[in-house]
Design a protein around this ligand. Structure first.
Ligand SMILES: Nc1ncnc2c1ncn2[C@@H]1O[C@H](COP(=O)(O)OP(=O)(O)OP(=O)(O)O)[C@@H](O)[C@H]1O
Ligand SMILES: [Mg+2]
Length: 473
């Protein structure tokens, strides 16, 4: 196991507790003395009933149990361990000629078996292997927890009000099993959000399986999702598990759900309603325990109106809608994202770049990012590769972005209708602009002022004059 400094830690053997179960007291003594000599803490039980009582009250790293015992046999002890103490490893003792029993036990969750008569060297090897496996498994869980933290705190940045609202929603819904529909333009971070939900849920130790419904032809998509039996169609030489089976216990992320064919929409609806399906070419029903997260950059509601997307499926998916606003509606996230990507790519490419000049940063602010965060990420990566200077200047920014940013600067203004005097129109416009900046920055005046390229004190003065106050929640 690795500790937080990355050094391997060795768990002291005497801290590792082993329970040995056998109705033959000679065998109990032999194994117990081998393991005690090996430095382990050992407890013995002379029958299955005593063993089960002991497992319920003590916490063991490993249980070694004989299979054949009167009344409560080894299989029952094993099942009790798997049920009540899944972290405990189990090794089976079995006489020659009863290997089938041992195989059965391994299927039921035992780590390994040892045949009688027992040999000290074999016992030590198998026990050491089992305990090492246990440590590795724990390490795995720890790594997954780190991954989870990574998704919550490091990988996903933004401090604008809209994105903070998305964060709050993720925290609230992650640990429920509700189906989630993530909508938003391309590159806004839908897949990142789906991952954040999965890694912040109870399902995090089970797989998250991603499938892009738009990228796979219909016939293939069906067998990708549900699997198929051997001979189900030409080319199906072997039976194959589908993504729904692979994701069992975890989360399936159905990307580009709007592209799914009507035929598959019906089948998906059934999985959502009943958590069961059949493989292609099979009549056997398979039950699964799955959380579904779907995403689309289409307007699914209008697809329902046009009858290209099933209404019942839409409502099944849309239990919890998460809408990710485009980057141009949360411009105040730009500096944070730029910083985040600079750190990421300078590390990856081993370059030392401090940041963008004020001028070039202004251009990034004005630009409207049709490709959203992905476009920003790609831009930062490209300029870091290409630039030789420590600071990214206007020269490093592609011409197309600069031109479009310029056009954005000279935006259109609507002519006021009716007989509204000029001064009043300007007044209203100013108020709206300030209000928008404040809302976008969750009423943090320093940030709003920056967004408006206005002095903070000027902003405060204007807010007072216009009686702008943060609404009470
Ligand atoms: N808030 C964010 N913080 C950090 N990185 C982000 C953020 N949002 C998006 N990204 C990054 O931008 C890229 C695009 O994000 P993602 O693939 O999740 O978008 P998407 O909405 O699924 O896009 P598409 O609809 O095209 O599939 C990814 O590399 C992702 O890591
Ligand atoms: Mg995506």
């Amino acid at each position: 196991m690795k500790n937080h400094r990355g050094k391997a830690t060795v768990m002291s053997k005497s801290l590792q507790k082993i329970l040995i179960v056998d109705d033959d007291s000679k065998i109990l003594d032999v194994i117990a003395s081998v393991l005690r000599d090996g430095g382990y803490t050992v407890v013995t039980a002379a029958n299955g009933t005593k063993a089960i009582r002991s497992i319920d009250t003590e916490s063991y790293d490993l249980v070694i149990t004989d299979l054949k015992m009167p009344e409560v046999n080894g299989m029952m002890v094993l099942k009790h361990v798997v049920d009540r103490s899944p972290d405990t490893m189990c090794i089976i003792l079995t006489g020659y000629g009863t290997i089938e029993g041992a195989v059965e036990a391994i299927k039921a969750g035992a780590f390994h078996y040892i045949t009688k008569p027992v040999k000290s060297a074999e016992i030590m090897t198998v026990v050491e292997k089992a305990l090492k496996y246990k440590l590795l498994e724990r390490e795995n869980i720890l790594l997954k927890q780190q991954l989870k933290t990574k998704y919550r705190f490091e990988n996903f940045v933004g401090d604008s009000r809209p994105i903070q609202e998305v964060f709050e929603l993720i925290e609230k819904v992650a640990d429920t099993d509700s189906t989630i529909l993530i909508t938003g333009e391309s590159g806004t971070g839908k897949e990142l959000i789906a991952k954040a939900i999965h890694y912040n849920s109870q399902r995090r130790d089970n797989p998250m399986v991603v499938i892009n419904c738009g990228a796979i032809p219909e016939e293939l998509l069906e067998s990708e999702l549900f699997g198929h039996e051997k001979g189900a169609f030409t080319g199906a030489h072997k039976a194959r598990m589908g993504r729904f089976e692979l994701a069992n216990g975890g989360t399936i992320f159905l990307d580009e759900i709007g592209d799914m064919s009507p035929n598959l929409q019906v089948k998906l609806l059934r999985v959502l309603q009943e958590q069961q399906f059949e493989r292609v070419g099979s009549t056997r029903t398979i039950g699964v325990d799955i959380r579904v997260i779907a995403a689309t950059n289409q307007d699914l509601f209008s697809a329902v109106n046009k009858a290209t997307f099933r209404e019942d499926l839409y409502y099944r998916l849309n239990v919890i809608p998460i809408n990710v606003p485009p980057l141009r509606e949360r411009r105040s996230d730009t500096p944070l994202l730029v910083d985040f990507f600079i750190k990421k790519f300078t590390k990856e490419k081993q370059k030392s770049i401090k940041g963008f000049t004020q001028e070039s940063m202004d251009t990034l602010f004005q630009y409207d990012w049709p490709g959203n965060v992905r476009e920003l990420e790609n831009l930062v990566e490209r300029v870091i590769i290409l630039s030789d200077s420590e600071e990214i200047g206007l020269d490093d920014i592609p011409e197309s972005i600069k031109q479009r940013a310029k056009r954005m600067e000279s935006f259109e203004v609507a002519m006021p209708k009716g007989d509204i005097p000029f001064d009043h129109a300007v007044e209203v416009y100013e108020k709206k602009l300030i209000l928008q900046a404040l809302e976008e920055t969750n009423w943090v005046k320093t940030k709003a002022a920056k967004l408006l390229k206005m002095n903070r004190t000027t902003l405060i003065e204007k807010m007072k004059k216009k009686k702008l106050q943060k609404p009470a929640v």
